[in-house]
Design a protein around this ligand. Structure first.
Ligand SMILES: [Zn+2]
Ligand SMILES: [Zn+2]
Length: 602
């Protein structure tokens, strides 16, 4: 009955909706599966079961996943699945392939009474896929290995076991920092250990049934060398050997004996191998057969897919038929998730090659905040991660939500989203003990050029009511701010306090300007704090016009304030804009302010 309900929900499901128009944003879009699941470029998603939208999609999906697992194999935990091809740097778009199942698996785990409800979240490394091409930024000499399994390609840096491992390691570290608990499954390990031999023999014996299904969904496409589709001219085999002579998969199966399970193949390198028992032959099932085989093998309950892969004839649709007909399993519950784009990362992209990775993001965003950037969006909504000045605003939003949750002022949905960002079923993630505004810390890091002693002095001045006593209290946020300042601000955006007073400008000050500077240098000592300096800076133009310091500013006053601030920026840092002035003053310090603002004082 439940299965029927879920089936009916398909009609109103997400796949029929158009996703939040990612093309219209003008951001760099990263198709969520462009390095994850490379074979799936021939479309995935589409018909079959889907999970319904809800106000809290995580809770709703988790309930459906648990109920579906109970129906399929009562008493055993559900399995949520992610798949990543470690063929190149795993970028932030691919992180959604992990975060969506993670949030659902984590919710199932949270729902367990006293930890009774476990949920498996498998990360299937497609590391037995063929090396298709040398990614941008890597030596062209690796082209020699095209056609070999990713785990048979040498490590580009010399510190890892192989090519695949080189790209797995940073993602693995990022997942640990993000609290994403996964069970890793290496497809190389599975295939080479013989775990799938029974399934491979089944697929080979039933090749004509498989071919019938594939042909039914076949659509006309441009020729693709990696296409697994049956060719009219050749006999169809769903297994592609890795050549015993050259290690590449430029192979053609020439015979398979259903009774003895012996296979023969030839290779473009000239080798002719076999007949040999297929259990002794390296190779893998073609993608459209491999995927449903694994759904059945791992009993996958839930596996979402990138929205760019939802269409009829996709490997998801085809897999849905094959998993039942050939492997006696069931299709996972699934839905499509939308794109992840980035903005303001052009500088980094230029210097490191390619789109930013989760490790890059974790240098800038605290782990709970990065989780939140994924958790706060529904799967069908596109996500944009900004690395420019937006970073400060995102931190402010997160801090505001954190305060609202602490004060009991957040509505239940926002509170739930906060909770699944701040921690997991395993507990809260580490957070910055004294979360000063990111923008303030960035300014401090910028102005001091990272000098730890100076930073502590300023941070103490910024918190005089309850002073920060050690920089550990503002970490890791301080480190994120420091990394952002050095990695994402251009030299023009950086702040450099003048070494010498700007004598020419000082000499040319009008009487009114001279007066304003005097009001500042004489008044700042009275309340040397963020609040005191803010009031004074905004108040000086008012005082000069006979108003009180806390009077409501008129348009004329606002104009005067702007001119006054520009003058100060010019005198202190030689630009029209910069960090917030009160922060800047605190950072520069009283003596240096006096020397830079007073003619002849130096
Ligand atoms: Zn390496
Ligand atoms: Zn060969």
């Amino acid at each position: 009955m439940l299965g029927l309900v879920i089936r009916l929900l398909l009609c109103a499901g997400w796949l029929s909706r158009s996703p939040t128009g990612p093309g219209a944003t003008g951001y760099t879009l990263m198709p969520a599966a462009s390095t994850g699941r490379q074979r799936s470029t021939k479309q995935r998603g589409g018909g079959g079961l889907t999970v319904a939208p809800a106000e809290d999609w995580v809770v709703r999906t988790a309930e459906q996943v648990r109920a579906e697992a109970e129906r399929r194999h009562s008493g055993r935990p559900p399995t949520c699945a992610s798949g990543i091809s470690p063929s190149g740097p795993v970028h932030l778009g691919n992180l959604r392939e992990l975060m969506v199942p993670h949030l659902v698996a984590d919710q199932v785990r949270r729902n367990g009474a006293h930890g009774t409800a476990d949920c498996r979240h498998i990360l299937s490394w497609d590391d037995y896929d063929r090396f298709r091409r040398v990614p941008a930024g890597f030596d062209e000499s690796f082209a020699e290995h095209v056609g070999r399994p990713l785990t048979a390609v040498p490590d580009p840096c010399g510190e890892h076991g192989n090519w695949a491992e080189h790209f797995k390691e940073p993602l693995r570290a990022a997942l640990a920092e993000l609290g994403v608990r996964v069970t890793e499954i290496s497809q190389t390990q599975m295939y080479t250990s013989g775990a799938y031999t029974g399934q491979i023999i089944t697929a080979m014996r039933r090749r004509s049934d498989i071919e019938t299904v594939l042909v039914r969904y076949q659509t006309k496409r441009a020729a693709d060398p990696d296409d697994d589709e049956p060719r009219a001219a050749a006999a169809y085999y769903p297994f592609r050997p890795y050549c015993a002579a050259c290690g590449r998969d430029d192979t053609t199966v020439t015979a398979f004996d259903d009774d003895t399970t012996e296979i023969s193949y030839t290779c473009a390198c000239g080798a002719a191998i076999g007949p040999l028992p297929i259990a002794e032959v390296a190779g893998k099932l073609v993608w459209k057969v491999d995927w449903p085989m694994r759904w059945a093998y791992e009993q996958v309950t839930f596996e979402p897919a990138g929205v760019d892969h939802s269409s009829p004839g996709s490997s998801f649709t085809v897999g849905g038929e094959l998993v039942r007909e050939i492997f006696g399993g069931e299709m996972p519950l699934h839905f499509a998730y939308s794109f992840v784009g980035t903005s303001g990362s052009a500088k980094m992209s230029g210097s490191r090659g390619g789109a930013p990775t989760p490790a890059d993001a974790l240098e800038i965003f605290e782990a709970p905040l990065l989780r939140w950037l994924y958790a706060r969006r529904r799967p069908e909504q596109a996500i944009t991660l900004a690395f420019d000045a937006e970073v400060g605003r995102v931190y402010d939003e997160w801090d505001k939500l954190t305060r609202q949750v602490a004060d009991g002022e957040a509505d239940p949905l926002r509170q739930a989203v906060w909770a699944r960002s701040a921690g997991t079923a395993d507990g809260l993630l580490p957070a910055t003990p004294r979360p000063l505004p990111f923008r303030t810390l960035a300014s401090v890091a910028d102005i001091t050029a990272g000098d730890q002693v100076q930073i502590l002095r300023i941070v103490r001045d910024l918190t005089i009511g309850d002073p920060v006593t050690s920089l550990a209290q503002v970490r890791p946020r301080l480190d994120c701010a420091q990394a952002w300042v050095t990695g994402y601000l251009t030299p023009q955006e950086r702040t450099q306090v003048r070494a010498e007073p700007d004598a020419a400008t000082l000499a040319a000050l009008s009487g009114e300007e001279r007066d304003a500077v005097k009001l500042l240098t004489e008044g700042m000592t009275a309340d040397w704090s963020l609040e005191g300096l803010t009031t004074l800076l905004y108040g000086i133009p008012k005082l000069q016009r006979g108003m009180t310091i806390d009077a409501k500013p008129t348009d004329e006053i606002k104009k005067a304030q702007r001119a006054w601030f520009i003058l100060l920026y010019q005198l202190l840092i030689g630009k029209d804009t910069g960090p917030r002035l009160p922060t800047l003053l605190l950072a520069v310090g009283q003596d240096r302010i006096r020397s830079l603002l007073t003619p002849g004082a130096a």
